[in-house]
Ligand binder design. Structure first.
Ligand code: SF4
Ligand code: FES
Length: 195
């Protein structure tokens, strides 16, 4: 596969065609924040915290670094005032759902996000989809999924599958950036599993 030459934060990078900006940045030690990305899973682009600025073909745009593939002569900025503002707002919205998430709090501190900017809607889940995708793509079990849509979207274990598959797996638990997944599991277990 051929290689392309691009620039990230003023540094020249050679990367394999097809890799994402996130991977190319990582290869030279530049870290971009992520919340819904997992290197073993298909790209998802759900949280947008990895947003970066790219200049290509005379245009500047904001793209998700975990999805956008490298291109010859692409110029990428992984931090700027505009990106800081975007990340700050995204974090403030997520913190309304999961105010106690350690991962969000660390990022909030970095980007000066106000935990109390938006009214709390303690759903705890930030819809990163890591648990759902891990269970489907890696474990091939589909024991956990989303129900409903939009603001009412919730994580939910499928009791018939979870009662057989989850008790000795739980590999998705450490992936959750909040405590939503563990809480959903405990609830499903209490309500539906056999004693
Ligand atoms: S339960 Fe956790 S891992 Fe699953 S989608 Fe919600 S925040 Fe992400
Ligand atoms: S990490 Fe890229 S959109 Fe979530």
């Amino acid at each position: 596969m051929s290689e392309v030459l691009l620039q990230i934060d003023g540094r020249e990078v050679t990367a394999r065609e097809g890799v994402t900006i996130l991977e190319a940045a990582k290869s030279i030690g530049i870290s971009i924040p992520t919340l819904c990305h997992h290197e073993k899973l298909e790209p998802y682009g759900g949280c947008r915290i990895c947003s970066v600025e790219v200049d290509a073909r005379g245009r500047t745009s904001i793209v998700a670094a975990c999805l956008f593939p490298v291109e010859q002569d692409l110029v990428v900025r992984t931090s700027s005032k505009k990106l800081d503002r975007i990340r700050k707002s995204l974090l403030e919205m997520m913190l309304a759902h999961a105010p106690d998430s350690e991962q969000l709090q660390i990022l909030a501190q970095e980007y000066g996000a106000d935990r109390d900017r938006f009214e709390k809607e303690a759903s705890f889940c930030i819809h990163c989809g890591l648990c759902v995708r891990y269970c489907a793509e890696i474990k091939k079990k589909n024991a956990v999924g989303f129900i409903d849509r939009g603001a009412r979207k919730e994580i939910c274990f499928i009791p018939e599958i979870a009662s057989k598959e989850c008790w000795d797996c739980k590999e998705c638990f450490p992936l959750c950036p909040t405590s939503a997944l563990q809480a959903a599991y405990v609830l499903t277990k209490a309500l539906t599993f056999q004693p």
